[in-house]
Write a protein that binds this ligand. Structure first.
Ligand code: NAG
Length: 247
């Protein structure tokens, strides 16, 4: 099958990990120096964003917890999250998280099967390769609109093209370290959701609190309303409050 190249080991037993190369102590020292220099450069060099820290700190955390092959995730993204983000994305610190169960052998079980896990990994790869939510949220919305087709290569390519994502970058990310890299991101993500007590796709959390849940084709727990305008006005209120404290 064409899509097999994305995550070659899904159906086979975990391959033997190669033994780590034996670096000399001197090599370790050089490596450490390079890493420290990298940190120093990264922390001391910015490019025209003098107020970046303040802007970042006053953004309002908005997080959605989904499964890639879930119709409630489709509705929630389509009807609420994307229309709201279209108006206030610059005031939001957005995060995309997934729901699943971790296994004892470094894997994840997804409710709609391994193809859903692969869809989740591709969406996490989009987010890690293209951190702008306008890009990876758009890509995620595009995939979930045709969720039955996940993980068909034709769908991934269509959606990647629509949002200016290089398919090769996604493919490399999903296959990195025989898939262990993407699986690690998915494990971290589902662990985060379960530690937050979130188990329903789609759960929308605003400023650390559940704001709205789409479940079985209906909204619930949406105190303050489930229209995009309601979410937008909550975000603006929270943003202005945080601003008020820093000014
Ligand atoms: C987004 O902004 C436009 C223009 O100000 C407005 O007409 C629209 O209702 C807003 N949508 C939301 C979801 O707030």
């Amino acid at each position: 099958m064409e899509n097999k190249s994305l995550l070659p080991q899904t159906e086979e037993p975990t391959p033997q990990r190669p033994a780590p190369p034996k670096y000399t102590t001197r090599f370790h020292g050089v490596l450490l120096a390079l890493v420290l220099a990298g940190f120093w450069l990264a922390s001391s060099w910015t490019c025209g964003h003098e107020h970046m820290h303040q802007e970042t700190s006053s953004k309002v955390p908005l997080e959605i917890h989904i499964m890639s092959k879930c119709p409630d995730a489709r509705d929630c993204i389509e009807k609420l999250v994307v229309p709201a983000m279209a108006n206030v994305s610059e005031k939001v610190d957005f995060k995309l998280s997934f729901i699943g169960k971790t296994t004892d052998d470094d894997g994840v079980i997804c409710k709609h099967g391994q193809t859903e896990c692969l869809g989740n990994i591709l969406e996490l790869c989009a987010a890690s390769e293209y951190p702008d939510p306008k890009i990876y949220l758009g890509f995620t919305r595009c995939l979930v609109q045709r969720y039955e087709e996940i993980p068909a290569t034709s769908l991934i390519k269509d959606c990647a093209l629509e949002y200016g994502i290089e398919f090769e970058k996604l493919n490399d990310c999903a296959s990195r370290d025989d898939g262990a890299y993407g699986m690690g991101m998915l494990r971290d993500s589902v662990t985060r959701s379960s530690e937050l007590g979130v188990s329903t796709s789609c759960t929308v959390r605003l400023d650390g609190k559940t704001r709205c849940v789409r479940d079985g084709g209906k909204w619930r727990d949406c105190e303050g309303g489930s229209e995009p305008e309601d979410l937008v006005s909550d975000i603006e209120k929270l943003f202005d409050e945080t601003r008020g404290r820093t000014e």
